[in-house]
Design a protein around this ligand. Structure first.
Ligand SMILES: O=C(CO)COP(=O)(O)O
Length: 139
């Protein structure tokens, strides 16, 4: 499946540590990430990552667009609840579009663990639909 991994600066170490612990589970998936987060996943863990722009430069919006296009199956977003981001509007938009399309989005480590361990992530027959926008993935 297609997973998006994103972390704010203060949460990047936690995301890398989490991804390291879940390296085997991540291996079977296509990974998208914002630029800085993705760069760390590549250099620290050797993962292959499709990178967007950096979050503050439009990367969150690019991830959001991929959600709306049906490209992303789940989002792991370690965002910082203690600090205002310069691109807060983009962060909010990313959170919103994931809910609008009912794409699973983990915003904390414990939830990320539940998502990555979900049998849905390895179920090739799983199709996602939303009541507001009935839609079935074909790929
Ligand atoms: O700002 C981000 C998410 O809102 C993440 O962007 P970077 O991975 O480029 O730091």
């Amino acid at each position: 499946m297609e997973l998006a991994l994103v972390a704010h600066d203060s949460k990047k170490a936690a995301l890398i540590e989490w991804a390291s612990r879940n390296r085997d589970r991540l291996d079977g998936h296509t990974i998208f990430a914002t630029a800085t987060t993705g760069g760390l996943l590549e250099t620290e863990l050797g993962l292959t990552v499709s990178k967007t722009l950096s979050g503050p430069m439009g990367g969150d919006q690019q991830i959001g667009a991929k959600i709306a296009e049906g490209v992303i199956d789940a989002v792991i977003f370690f965002w910082d609840p203690m600090e205002t981001q310069p691109h807060d509007t983009d962060v909010k938009a990313l959170l919103r579009i994931a809910v609008a399309w009912d794409v699973p989005m983990a915003c904390s480590e414990s939830t990320a663990q539940m998502v990555i361990e979900s049998s849905r992530l390895v179920d090739k027959d799983y199709t996602r639909t939303t009541p507001a926008h009935p839609r079935t993935r074909t790929a």
